[in-house]
Design a protein around this ligand. Structure first.
Ligand code: NDP
Ligand code: GDR
Length: 381
């Protein structure tokens, strides 16, 4: 029986905070493929919260396991210090965060604690444990730092002007990472990642909310759904491509900060149109502001029957944010040039993959529901 992990000298060890999230799951997969021993921090919750990494699970009673989860929380310095001491990681990927921009207006203090001070706790633990020469740190920075549009496309040199408690907390995290790099000569990098999505994306982010609604409407499980600001424009990429850039940053000789983006921007409205077209539904948008709706013009897919004229989308102001980020387009030239990174997925591929996965998910749900079985709750948020 063995519940500690033996590593060989050539084998690298990584610690991922936020391993149960979208990026944590893809990054863990990537690092395991590369031969790493992967440790992750998961939070205690009253229900299982490891669905995204369950396929990677290894029984800790077995020998030679390369994947291990530890209970922890970014608000608990002692816990973080103990885990880092135990794991002695070569690389830490700090992906854990309260990552929902709108929710950060409801929980600003918690967000500051976890997203801002959480990063300090990791850096300070590495310093106090004397690991500054061994452990490289990746900080999950964000295009939300740019906030109020001052210049597009946004580069590593564009000034920051965050527009949410989330963005402000991440601003602290960004600068404390730079400060520890400069003050203690640590290998600490900020990846300034623009929005990235996948079938594993949390259900309340706009892309996934749209692809879930498309699937349910196409399958006749729902008639209409609600969104907030349809004019917002985002530079959306695929999470699989973006975790590769995280890894590349920590393989360099010198730590630095990099923008990761596709260089293309799309409005929420256009994304809705693209997602519905994946199931053969053409939409038209009519009305303005809070009265704007999307109606079905035609449905060209014999698997789905949605009548022309059906209103499938309405605007609900409850999804508007007190302060919004209107336009994001990233310029990732530095990353392309210095790290040789290139995104492999187009937005069209990404949306098709997400819609296909959600149609499959809700087909199963429908099958169970039609058979009289209890199914997952649908929370339209
Ligand atoms: P998710 O919301 O999918 O995952 C967040 C992860 O953080 C989850 O594992 C969550 O645990 C964990 N977490 C939340 N609070 C705490 C806490 N108090 N202590 C420890 N862990 C915690 O986010 P993504 O995977 O999409 O994003 C990863 C990181 O990258 C985040 O820091 C995010 O802010 C940042 N980012 C994301 C972008 C994107 O477009 N996806 C773009 C730019 C930056 P649990 O599963 O228990 O909730
Ligand atoms: P964002 O992602 O705030 O950019 O943060 P989100 O998908 O939540 O919003 C994108 C844009 O869509 C608009 N929008 C809606 N958003 C949500 N969630 N729900 C709605 O109903 C809705 N209607 C319109 C928003 O107003 C916004 O303009 C994501 C997160 O992953 C962050 O953690 C990360 O740092 C940034 O991306 C880069």
């Amino acid at each position: 029986m063995c519940n500690s992990i033996e590593t060989t000298t050539s084998q690298k060890t990584a610690l991922i905070t936020g391993i149960t999230g979208q990026d944590g799951a893809y990054l863990a997969e990537l690092l395991l493929e590369k031969g790493y021993v992967v440790h992750g921090i998961k939070r205690r919750s009253s229900l299982f919260n490891t669905e995204r990494v369950d396929h990677l699970y290894q029984d800790p009673h077995e020998k030679d396991i390369r994947f291990k989860l530890h209970y922890g929380d970014l608000s608990d310095s002692m816990n973080l210090t103990r885990i880092i001491q135990e794991v002695q990681p070569d690389e830490i990927y700090n992906l854990g965060a309260m990552s929902h921009v709108k929710v950060s207006f409801d929980t600003p203090e918690y967000t500051a604690n976890v997203d801002g001070l959480g990063t300090l706790r990791i850096l300070e633990a590495v310093r106090l444990l004397g690991l500054t020469k061994k452990t490289k740190v990746y900080q999950a920075s964000t295009s939300e730092l740019y906030g109020l549009v001052q210049q597009v496309p946004q580069t590593e040199k564009t000034p920051f002007y965050p527009r949410s408690p989330y963005g402000v907390a991440k601003l602290y995290a960004y600068w404390i990472t730079v400060n520890y790099r400069e003050a203690y000569d640590m290998f600490a990098c900020n990846g300034i990642l623009f929005n990235h999505e996948s079938p594993l994306r949390g259900e309340t982010f706009v892309t996934r909310k749209i692809t879930r609604a498309v699937a349910r409407i196409a399958l006749g499980m729902q008639e209409v759904f609600f969104l907030g600001n349809l004019d917002a424009q985002r530079d959306w990429g695929h999470a699989r491509d973006y975790v590769e850039a995280m890894w590349l940053m920590l393989q360099q000789d010198r730590p630095d900060d990099y923008v990761i983006a596709t260089g293309k921007t799309t409005s929420v409205r256009e994304l809705v149109r693209m997602a519905f077209s994946c199931v053969g539904i053409t939409l038209e948008f009519t009305g303005k502001g809070e009265r704007e709706v999307a109606k079905v013009v035609e449905c060209n897919n014999s698997d789905f029957q949605v009548a022309p004229g059906t209103i499938v989308l309405q605007v609900d102001p409850k999804y508007h944010r007190p302060t919004e980020v209107d336009l994001l387009i990233g310029d990732a030239s530095k990353c392309r040039k210095e790290l040789g990174w290139e995104p492999k997925h187009s937005l069209q591929d990404l949306v098709e993959e997400m819609v296909t996965a959600d149609v499959e998910l809700f087909r199963r749900e429908k099958y169970l529901r039609d058979g009289g079985h209890r199914t997952l709750n649908y929370n339209g948020e």
